[in-house]
Design a binder for this molecule. Structure first.
Ligand SMILES: [Zn+2]
Length: 323
């Protein structure tokens, strides 16, 4: 069985302080029929706030030009604004960092860690996993994890796939993550959609059993209502769902002791208008402009309401609660 990376990281304090608590990772069932195992219910649920730390135009430029361009200053100013909001609410979060942002703005990653937040990985170049081979994914992850560890002086225990691009709980990426020492993942969007999502998997934390050992999965928040699962974890859902419905959803999740994992992006906290200034834009570029600029202020407003009314923390803290 592979040992999680945490004990290998030199840190101050005694052994019990630096080694994160683990769920019951030894009760592994490796049969293909049983890929997942439910985790016990928590009696005092708190939720997890996660930030996908990426530049706003990475996906757009890759699609329209074939390259991702240089990481902008926008990601830095927006992240500072978000950090100040979290300080105001005395909330700590998990930042899933894209490696190229860390390379361009290393001092930003140091500051996030210094302000008490957890650093996780969101790959090196924000490529969907289905566009990579197993070997390419492993090589890129190995390098980016070392970079994030060095900058944050933290063990990197958590991962999120770009665009939730895992496809299935049987995907090879979970085995590779376990081999690389990751303890948990938060890439499963438990509602099927045309672009991503796994509709038939658990909607509360569970273990994925891989040939390399188990990894704990924290699916994005969803709400069981009217016989359906409704996504309530962030993104466009935070713009278009009425705040009264979100408040009801989170109240209901707490009553059921279901910890909610929500996600936001730094660009959703920008001021002004995000654009790259092309003179003759293609229609798909206009679509991206709308996606990155329309009603994004609602996300900050709704996040503030939820932070005020509920307890949020890092995913690592949630993970330790399953020990
Ligand atoms: Zn992303």
């Amino acid at each position: 069985m592979v040992t999680p990376r945490a004990p290998q990281i030199p840190r101050r304090g005694n052994e019990s302080e630096r080694r994160p608590s683990r769920p019951d990772l030894d009760s592994v069932d490796l049969s293909p029929e049983q890929r997942t195992t439910c985790l016990p219910e928590q009696t005092a649920a708190h939720h997890a706030l996660t930030i996908d730390l990426e530049d706003w135009h990475e996906g757009m430029l890759r699609r329209l030009t074939g390259s991702i361009g240089r990481v902008s200053q926008t990601v830095k100013t927006c992240t500072h604004r978000l950090l100040d909001l979290l300080d105001a609410h005395e909330t700590r979060a998990t930042f899933f960092v894209v490696g190229n942002v860390a390379e361009e703005h290393p001092e930003l990653i140091r500051e996030i860690a210094r302000r008490g937040h957890e650093i996780g990985s969101h790959t090196h170049l924000h490529l969907p996993i289905y566009q990579q081979t197993r070997a390419e994914f492993r090589d890129a992850m190995d390098g980016t994890v070392k970079l994030l560890q060095d900058l944050s002086n933290q063990p990197i225990l958590g991962f999120r796939a770009p665009l939730f691009s895992v496809g299935s709980v049987s995907h090879w990426c979970f085995e590779v993550l376990r081999e690389l020492g990751f303890a948990y993942d938060s890439s499963v969007f438990p509602v099927g959609s045309s672009r991503y999502g796994i509709a038939n998997c658990p909607d509360t934390p569970f273990k994925i059993n891989t040939p390399s050992g188990p990894i704990v999965e924290f699916p994005i928040a969803s709400w069981q209502v009217w016989g359906k699962r409704v996504p309530v974890g962030g993104g466009s859902y935070f713009r278009f769902l009425p705040i009264a419905l979100l408040r009801k959803a989170f109240k209901d999740l707490e009553q059921r002791h279901h910890p909610a994992v929500i996600y936001v992006h730094p660009y959703e906290f920008h001021d002004g208008w995000l654009e790259v200034g092309w003179r003759k834009p293609k229609p798909v570029y206009l679509k991206y402009l709308v996606l990155h600029n329309f009603a994004t202020r609602l996300i900050a407003q709704r996040l503030s309401v939820l932070l005020k009314e509920h307890r949020f923390g890092t995913l690592r803290r949630l993970y330790e609660g399953y020990a």
